[in-house]
Structures are given as C-alpha cells and as structure tokens.
Design a protein around this ligand. Structure first.
Ligand SMILES: [Zn+2]
Length: 363
C-alpha cells in the first residue's frame, strides 16, 4: 500500500472558502491546531468560519515542536472533548503534529499550510523532535491528509524567510533522490525523480523572482509556492520510500542535535546539508559535477538570504566537540546517509565538514 496524495486538494486564492462545504461534510467537531502568534489572526478566521457553519470548534496551540509532550497533551484534549477531526493550520511542525495525532486516533486530518516552507501539508509522514527541536525520527503514517487546503491568500501573509526555506527543502528532493536511485528499476520511482528535476529547474528560474516580486499576477510566486508545498509532496507520494532522502536530511537531523539560541527553519538547515552532501559526493565519490552544483546553488541561496554554512546556523563546529557530535549522529545506524551508493566513515564526514566550513568563507 502506498499513500500517494491527499484525498481532496483545494488550491488558489479562494481555496479556504471553497473547502468549507467539504470540511462541513467531513467533521462536526474539529480541533484547530496551530502554534505561532503571527498566524493567530488567520487561525481566528478559520475558527469563526467553521463556527458559522454550526460546527463545534475548539482550538489549541503547540507549545514546542512536533514533540511527544505536545502530542500527548493534544491527544488528551481531543479524547476529552470527543473531537472528530484535526485541522492543522501552520508550518511544517504544526502540520506534522496534526497528521500524527489524527493518525494515532484514527480520525481525519485537514491540513491548511500557512506558509510554503514545507510539503508537510501533503505527505503521509511526520518528523518527531524533542521539545528543544532535536530530531528524533520520522514516522510513516497510514495515509495522507483527508483534505489539503492550499490557500494562496493565507500563504501570502507568511514571512519571506519561510518561502526561501521551502525552496531549499524542495531543491534537495532532486539531489537526494537522484543519487539514491541508481539501483532502482521501478519506472514509477524513476519518473518521480524526473519530476523532482523539473521542480528544481522551476525553482532555479522562479525562486528569486518569487521572493522579490509582488503577489498580484506574479506567476513566479504562485508557481514557486505550489512547487514547494504541492509538487515536492507529490514526488514523495509517487516515489514512496524508494525516492529517498539522503545525506542532506541526514546532516539536517544531526545539526538539530546542537541547540542554538536562535532557531533555524527546517529548509534553512537542509540547504546547508545539501551543500555538504554535494561536497561529500565530490570528495568521496569523484563526482565532478558536484562542485558546479555547489556554485550554482550558492548563487541562488545567497540571493534568497539562506545560510550557506554550519557557522551561519550559529554553530562553531570547532567548539564543544560539535564536529564529533554532528559526524556521529549523521552516521548513526538509522541515518539516511546509508542510502548513499558509496561507503563513508566518520573521518570522511569530518574531512568534508572541516573542508567546507573553511572553504565556504572564502567563496
Ligand atoms: Zn525536508
């Protein structure tokens, strides 16, 4: 069995309004799940729109990340009040929490992404973190969300930083899936990987224009947010677990183990992980194109104001045994790094990170 896509998808400027009759049919007593204070107005609108449909609505906020503490607290609220669905409205952590909780309780989840920072509104996957934001594991869910509402007016209100982060995360799809795919004969998986190549090309063409332009009639913007929030999810849905993440996400997961005063977004860390993966491919797998890819990506990432080194994520790898911690977590038994088609050891990772941190400063 494969969870490919949400059952129903609404997209565009009136997606939320269009979805209301369908949501009303699906649920009588939804719980709205959110987090950030800057999305409170939008979540108030969602709350009152649902109330006006005569639904028994309640709302609750996550206190931390998508973590077991918040998950069990929200589960208890749902069971106590007999809610029959979760409406997860926010960024990736909120969407992942909502999907996970709904999956555990066998109730439907409606995802309403409020930024283009992630494709979590689409996928049947939740990443679980500690309450301090350290990655623990990803969990495959029984299905994708029942309804995905991708309302462009909602997404317009998100900070531009979230879009830049979504671009970096979506770009990683091609570089990660293409390197792990060389031994896969499944045609559907190969086709999914080719979609991720077109997705990357679209982001290279439109990414900067999307971030700098106005929203009205800006096709670069609408193409880019849909690429990050929808197409990236579709690639994961069709490709399934064989269309895998690889080193970029393995580096992300390891970097989150080090707690920093300023938190960075998922895609911002994945972007740095992607540059490290390409350097690893160049140094350990003799991939001559990897250096070109790094140069091409660096231009875009700087235009988008994305971090391009671990130092820019607020971590000095040469302090507090951070280098060891990152290398050890990247190499742990369950890490995605082992999907790479070549062997690596701890020293390889240390060489790549040290080389990268020194070199990137000079570029
Ligand atoms: Zn990701």
């Amino acid at each position: 069995m494969q969870a490919i896509s949400p059952e129903t998808i609404f997209r565009g400027n009136n997606a939320w309004e269009d979805s209301l009759p369908h949501i009303t049919k699906l649920t009588k007593s939804p719980l709205i799940l959110g987090r950030c204070s800057h999305t409170q107005n939008l979540r108030n609108k969602i709350y009152f729109d649902l109330k006006n449909q005569n639904l028994e609505v309640n709302a609750v906020n996550l206190q931390f990340d998508c973590c077991y503490e918040d998950i069990s607290r929200v589960k208890d609220i749902i069971l106590k009040n007999n809610h029959d669905s979760v409406i997860a409205s926010g960024g990736g952590k909120v969407l992942d929490s909502g999907k996970y909780i709904a999956d555990c309780l066998n109730i439907p989840c409606v995802t309403v992404p409020l930024s283009a920072s992630t494709c979590a509104g689409w996928t049947a996957l939740s990443n679980i973190y500690t309450k301090n934001g350290q990655f623990i594991k990803d969990v495959a869910l029984k299905s994708c969300p029942k309804i995905l509402v991708y309302d462009h007016k909602f997404i317009q209100t998100a900070p531009s930083r979230t879009l830049a982060s979504g671009i970096a995360d979506a770009m990683a799809k091609w570089y990660e899936s293409s390197i792990t795919s060389s031994t896969i004969n499944d045609g559907i998986v190969q086709q999914a990987i080719q979609i991720s190549r077109v997705l990357r090309d679209q982001l290279l063409i439109d990414g900067k224009k999307a971030l700098n332009g106005e929203f009205e009639n800006n096709f670069s913007w609408s193409n880019t947010i849909e690429a990050c929030g929808l197409t990236a999810g579709l690639v994961g849905g069709i490709g399934g677990e064989k269309c895998r993440t690889a080193a970029a996400h393995a580096f992300h997961n390891a970097i989150t183990q080090i707690i920093t005063p300023n938190k960075f977004l998922h895609g911002e860390i994945v972007g740095v992980g992607l540059l490290l993966q390409l350097r690893l491919e160049e140094m350990k797998n003799n991939n001559k194109l990897a250096d070109q890819s790094i140069k091409q990506l660096l231009v875009l990432m700087k235009e988008l104001n994305l971090p391009t080194s671990i130092a820019q994520l607020g971590i000095n790898v040469f302090e507090n045994q951070n280098l060891d911690k990152i290398a050890d977590f990247t190499l742990r038994e369950k890490s995605e790094i082992h999907f790479l088609p070549f062997e690596i050891n701890k020293q390889d990772l240390i060489d790549v990170i040290v080389n990268f941190e020194h070199q990137i400063i000079k570029i």
